[in-house]
Each structure stands twice: as C-alpha cells, then as structure tokens.
Write a protein that binds this ligand. Structure first.
Ligand code: C5P
Length: 208
C-alpha cells in the first residue's frame, strides 16, 4: 500500500506520516529532507542559492550524512530548500530515488508537496493536509521553543506565507492537491484526531 501525504509547511503532514507508517508497519520517506539536504549543502559550501549547477550537483550526490545533518530542520535550511526545489534539474535528480522508495514491496508512506501528483499518481490513498497559516506559524514557533531556539512568531508567519507562495507558484511540480486527494484541515484537530481522520480516509480508499 502506498500512502501519499502532501501539504504546506508545518501543516502536520510529517507527524501524521510518521504515525501512519508506524501504525501500518510501512517505511516512511520525508521527501522534504531531500530538498533540505540540497539546500544545506549549498549553505555549508557558501554557494549562491540561485546557482543551478551547484544545486543539481548536490542533488545528484546526496549521502546518508547529508540526510542526517543536524541542521536540516533549521529555518535557513528550509528557506534554501524552498529555493532549490523550484529548479527542474534538482527535482529531476531526486525523482527516481523517491519513486523507487515508494514502489518497494509492501509499499511505503511518503510526505511532501508532489507525492500524489508527480511521484506517485498511482498511490492507494492520498491526503492533502492543510491548516491556517497562523496556526502553522504557532506550531513552528512551539517546535523551535521546545528545542530551546528563539522563535519570533510574526517573522515565522511571514516566512511560511512566502514559502507557500513559492511552492504554489513554481512552474515545476507546484504545491496543489491531486484531483483524487482527500483534504484534511488540521487547524482545529489534535494530532490524535488528525490521525484517526487519516486512518478513516485510508481505510475507505483501500476498500474501494
Ligand atoms: O516539508 P519541508 O518543510 O521539510 O520541505 C522543505 C521545502 O522543500 C519546501 O518548502 C518545499 O519547497 C520543498 N519540497 C518540495 N517537494 C517535496 C518536498 C519538499 O518542493 N516533495
């Protein structure tokens, strides 16, 4: 069974994907980590974030070390990821790895922006997870505070809105729900309630 979970930044899709993977005993791929690892590599190399060649080279040569870099979740890395992810060559370089992961025997859970539309249009169940931008900013601020990092909620909201715009407006694999995706708005849902709602969607999709 392949479960595709897409949605904007801090919508709760990562938490949901991890819980679903555990529940169904499936491997999980956070596809955003791939784009973050590319962005992180450029930041570390002090390369220009608009340097398409450097970004494509990084995407083609990612290592396990890049994917486990402790700086992957930093705000600056998220911003860099959002820039390099608009480059068609970067997306092309990361496509096959994601497809192979999804199509392994038994299936998988993948979360990202284009899993249901580009990576796995054939997924058995597709969820598009959203939440109001202000609520996403608050969640992100709480996450940073829990890690002992400074969190300016207004700046985070501006960053989230800028990232949403960039992800939705890019020409290649823009952020949008697949026609057959089930929309799940987690604005007023606890993690547990979102998990229950997602399971109900998946079980009904699989029964069909
Ligand atoms: O989900 P996360 O915040 O980790 O993703 C970081 C960035 O990577 C996003 O802002 C988005 O621009 C990009 N991304 C993407 N396609 C995916 C996953 C992430 O373009 N499948």
């Amino acid at each position: 069974m392949i479960i595709a979970i897409d949605g904007p930044a801090s919508s709760g899709k990562g938490t949901l994907a991890r819980k679903l993977a555990l529940h169904y005993g499936l491997p999980h791929l956070d596809t955003g980590a791939l784009y973050r690892a590319v962005g992180r590599r450029l930041l570390k190399d002090e390369a220009d974030l608009q340097d398409v060649q450097a970004a494509e080279n990084a995407a083609r040569s990612l290592t396990a070390g890049d994917l486990n870099d402790p700086g992957l979740r930093d705000e600056a890395t998220g911003e860099a990821a959002s820039i390099v992810s608009a480059m068609p060559g970067v997306r092309a370089a990361l496509l096959e790895y994601q497809r192979t992961f999804a199509r392994q025997p038994g299936g998988a859970v993948l979360d990202g922006r284009d899993v249901g539309t580009v990576i796995c249009p054939e997924a058995d169940a597709k969820l598009f997870v959203t939440a109001a931008a202000m609520i996403r900013a608050k969640r992100r601020a709480d996450e940073l505070k829990a890690r002992g990092e400074p969190a300016d909620e207004r700046r985070i909201l501006e960053d989230i809105e800028a990232r949403d715009r960039r992800d939705a407006e890019r020409t290649v694999a823009p952020l949008r729900p697949a026609a057959d995706a089930h929309l799940l708005d987690t604005s007023n849902l606890s993690i547990e309630a979102a998990f229950e709602a997602a399971k109900a969607v998946i079980e009904s999709a699989v029964r069909k």
